[in-house]
Design a protein. Structure first.
Length: 365
């Protein structure tokens, strides 16, 4: 029997052709670390809005306030969200700001009354515990009452299990925060806190062990090159399947990637100006840009010329961006979805909207 012989010289061309055929329609730019890269705006949007104005249901006929945080434990399809008590602060309110929904969007639980001043970031760990960051309210929205400047770990039933930070103390010590914006827990129980919500804050990542003992910190304010340890509005955190820590360096329009010992790994600009980051169990990556626009708005320096705000969806493994859910009002308000999460393998995406004060559900078409 005669066998055809393989022309091995053609193998690289064959592999390249098959790879190009199999690759999804995505914004591909190998130089993701270039701050002047082409904006990733012109991408397909396979999602439609299911709930907006009003968004997801609230207890007792309440109306939504600002909703900066939303999360789901990896591999789970229930969702947890923050409502700032019908306003943009919980100071003086006695309603539950932490809300729990099943996969179909039904409200199944609530908790957290009188525990928070300005609940901002939320994380659900693999044991189902709920972590909430609580900086003091900005811009004269009250002094926080008897709460603020802490990160709180709650059981799914609302029992306080652990608190980090010194109550109502703003500082830069190992058990002090200046403005804790987000929190995430690693597989071994180590806790990472983004301490740097706004200008003039610490702009550092703090690491604690599972019992709340301080281990280390890294970062300082600035807009230097990636890898110099400088952050500006350190706004979001998540961890991928490799254990890499993705840090939303919002005002520098980038995501910086570190290992869990504070060693710099990479820097990505293709997800735009990150307010929220969610990475699911399969390393699908959802990043919401709540602030980009072509010029200043109401005196705020939110310009990011050429980039449109909305939710970008891609891969934490290779950095590709596949889809884009655009903001329906790209120049209006001061902020769109600041928090983002997804369930059912990305078939359902949630956006926690600050300016419009809504909690929005998107379903894949």
């Amino acid at each position: 029997m005669t066998h055809a012989r393989m022309n091995w010289a053609l193998l690289p061309l064959l592999v390249a052709a098959l790879t190009a055929w199999a690759a999804p329609a995505a914004a591909q730019n190998d130089d993701y670390s270039n701050p002047n890269m082409t904006p990733t705006n012109d991408l397909p949007n396979p999602y439609s809005v299911v709930a907006r104005n009003p968004g997801m249901p609230l207890p007792d006929s309440r109306e939504w306030g600002s909703t900066a945080g939303v999360d789901a434990a990896k591999g789970h399809d229930d969702i947890w969200a923050i409502d700032r008590c019908g306003s943009n602060t919980c100071v003086g309110s006695h309603v539950d700001p932490i809300l729990h929904y099943d996969a179909d969007g039904n409200l199944i639980g609530q908790m957290g009354a009188d525990l928070f001043a300005f609940p901002h970031g939320i994380h659900v760990d693999q044991e189902g515990n709920v972590w909430v960051t609580d900086p003091l309210p900005p811009d004269g929205r009250g002094d926080g009452g008897n709460v603020g400047q802490q990160v709180t770990k709650l059981s799914p039933d609302g029992e306080i299990l652990l608190q980090l930070g010194t109550l109502k103390v703003t500082g830069n010590g190992p058990n002090e925060f200046s403005s804790p914006s987000d929190v995430v827990v690693g597989r071994n129980g180590d806790i990472f806190v983004a301490d740097g919500h706004a200008e003039g804050t610490n702009e550092r990542v703090m690491k604690f062990d599972r019992n709340g003992r301080f281990i280390m910190e890294w970062g300082r304010p600035g807009n230097g090159a990636c890898g110099t340890g400088e952050f500006s509005s350190l706004h979001a955190l998540d961890i991928d399947s490799q254990g890499r820590l993705f840090i939303g360096d919002r005002d520098n329009n980038r995501i910086q990637i570190y290992d869990q010992d504070g060693n710099y790994l990479d820097c990505w600009y293709q997800f735009s100006r990150p307010s929220g980051i969610y990475i699911d169990a399969d390393d699908n990556m959802f990043v919401t840009d709540s602030e980009s626009r072509d010029g200043p708005d109401n005196g705020l320096d939110l310009s990011h010329p050429g980039w449109e705000r909305g939710i970008r969806i891609g891969s934490a493994r290779d950095g590709s961006v596949r889809y884009f859910i655009p903001d329906p009002d790209p120049q209006g308000g001061s902020s769109h979805s600041e928090g983002v999460a997804a369930i059912m393998g990305g078939a359902v995406v949630y956006g926690a909207e600050v300016g419009p004060r809504d909690f929005v559900r998107y379903n894949e078409n």
